[in-house]
Design a protein around this ligand. Sequence first.
Ligand code: ZN
Length: 149
Amino acid sequence: MERIRRQIENADTLECIEYAGTGAAKGGYGRITIRSRGKAYSFAAHRLAYELAHGELPEGHIVRHACHNPKCINPAHLTSGTHKQNAGDRMRAGRCAPQRGENNGNAKTSTQDREQIRLRRQRGETLKSIAADYGLHFSTISAIARSSN
Ligand SMILES: [Zn+2]
């Protein structure tokens, strides 16, 4: 948490700030783990950065990257929106361009997304936490984690 705050405060607000904590190095969203009452909670770094700068996220909203850099935690690049809007962003950014093998439930994710999802599952992340980042139902995440393409 302190690390995120320091990174935000020292940054040039025009540039992307890439979260330097765990998870970030392997590509994908930066994650931060907070321990409370003996339990560990994992949060998306960009979501915490947004809440530090703009206040609590409205119910049902997710943090979106205006810059399409998943590691970026620059509050100036983060906006809140619904899952639906997020899917629209991905579409416009060309990350949902149809490719071979991308049908049915897989249509909402790119090959890269699915690789990322499988990696995160292997590292022990919960379906719910991954699903929240992608704006997908956890059953979709589960199906992706078990599939091989
Ligand atoms: Zn950015």
